[in-house]
Design a binder for this molecule. Sequence first.
Ligand code: ADP
Ligand code: MG
Length: 696
Amino acid sequence: MSYISEIFGSMVFNDEVMKERLPKETYKALKKTMLNGESLDINVANVVANAMKDWAVEKGATHFTHWFQPMTGITAEKHDSFISASADGKVTMEFSGKELIKGEPDASSFPSGGLRSTFEARGYTAWDPTSNAFIKDAVLCIPTAFCSYGGEVLDKKTPLLRSMEALNIQALRILRLFGATETKRVITTMGPEQEYFLIDSELFNKRMDLKYTGRTLFGAKPPKGQELEDHYFGAIKPRVAEFMKDLNEELWKLGISAKTEHNEVAPSQHELAPIFTNTNIACDHNQLTMELMKKVASRHGLSCLLHEKPFAGINGSGKHNNWSISTNDGINLLEPGNSPRENARFLLFLCAVIKAVDEYQDLLKVSVSTAGNDHRLGGNEAPPAIVSMFLGDELTAVLESIEGDSTYDKKYNREMTVGVDAIPVFPKDTTDRNRTSPFAFTGNKFEFRMVGSRQSIAGPNMVLNTIVAEELSQFADILEKADDFNKVLNNLLKDTIKNHKSIIFNGNNYTDEWVKEAEKRGLLNLKSTPESLPYFTAEKNVRLFEKFNILSRIEIYSRTEIVLDEYCKEISIEALTYIDMVKKEIIPAVASYIKELSDTACSKRLFIAYAECETESKLVDKLSLLMRSLYNKTELLENKLIGVKNFESSVEIADYSRSHIFETMQELRAVIDELETNTSKKYWPFPTYGELLFSV
Ligand code: ADP
Ligand code: MG
């Protein structure tokens, strides 16, 4: 056996282990639960728990935990020991089915957006048997969903699982109409490409901003940035290669298949792409990947930055959310097929996605709105805040031909009648490359590129699954009643294309022309989190989530609170960090430099009569002016922070944080960057952009 296949999944209670360790009947029952999403019988759970424990103890585990994803966006775990005392005073290792299925963490310390008062802060976690248990740091981790006893959802995973179920049900309705009687289940598949920066830890530790906020709050532009684009797919440096090798092994042990790793456009930026899998598993895996990236980096004297915009003026980091829909027998429903029937099916699913993205642009934007991602969207090499869709010229031509009953290919005089004709095979490289689009069709999947690098992918995918489920349900309602299926289908597609084609844009999304054009088309341009979040509670969206029982009205409101609250906290921490760095480090440093310059000027005058000290004097003047401005702006920022007290609602506070605190920070930053440019290297107390970006 090769080394990789030996370690791959070695820390996962996966299918192979289950087959080997579970009695046949138990294995079958568990598999049924996993594949059909049925609930688990307690007797089965007891047997599974025991086998799981034995396996984990053999692998050196001493504790177990229900591993879950609260609204903080990172994972949480509370460790319990397997050890229990027996009557004769000895200890035994125990783990029951009850403990496997359900856990009771103290829910009070997790954000609930006002859903629970703390005296009734009881919540429970429930195993998601579709995601395998694994061992991390000698702890058996059981992937779970997290709810309150009142039944409110407190985590990111439960709505994601529900949205997958909603899409399953609606997609099956459609597939039945196409004669698929065998298909049992439809799942969404996901391959999140993760971008990140690696910098030297020693330099990282010299910057309070990186430590507290994850990004540089200031930093003058380096003489060399990413202009040359010589980093992209360039040779990977030895230290980074070592890190990647180590990271891969850690990921493989957990059954996470890191497939490609390469440099990104910005210096020090890299990307990891896993092989796609079920969306909920991909979500668990991505959380683990981010955690391990940080941990493994520190072993190599590196710091892994997952922030969406660690450096102004340099590419930000995103998570390219590659999403598709697939049947349990492995048919990709977003892949053009070979026969007219398969093509009609493909076009129907495609139109469902087009309609969904158009009608729920707001929700898609809401799902990627965070303080960090606000810096990125619309910045260098990132999609703007406008949601649009790239389909490529060929596919767009096909849609236009369907809409207009005309030939889609003038050269070959080809026509396209749904249900009768097959879509031609597109040359792949012409369809799958438009890096500027926020939502691009890439041949057999969609790549939603607005997702932020630090974010959990649960939210964006919950939205995607739900909005597509809604459109499929509308389509199924119409088609199930149709007498002449092909005719009704043709008309349905035609209408959908006509009404929703304004969301399709195949050009360059980075240009100002597109921003103007999008406005003309009536597309939303929600630039910031405070602008976006109120759309979450729009009546049409509440109705949507309630219809599929994914989130209740109260849960949607509470989630809005949580996101806005998080936004305000992040801005406030950044403001406080600015103030601290200015007072404790920047002012003293520049003052010392000014003193040295003045001393030099004085001594020149003293010892050499009529000496020229124009340079020193000019610099002292300039720095003194900047220092005054720095001081004033810092004082202004302090006052703005106090000003928060005048507002009550989270929407108001978020708006204020954006328009006052954030804006003042931007002004302050400009002054600091100017100071950095004019201060001697000897005195400037922080590693510069050049040093940070070209250190590894
Ligand atoms: P690139 O975009 O760099 O050309 P690929 O298109 O091969 O690379 O894949 C990018 C990511 O998309 C990978 O993580 C891959 O696993 C994922 N992916 C490929 N096919 C699907 C699919 N059907 N569903 C979800 N993700 C997919
Ligand atoms: Mg890609």
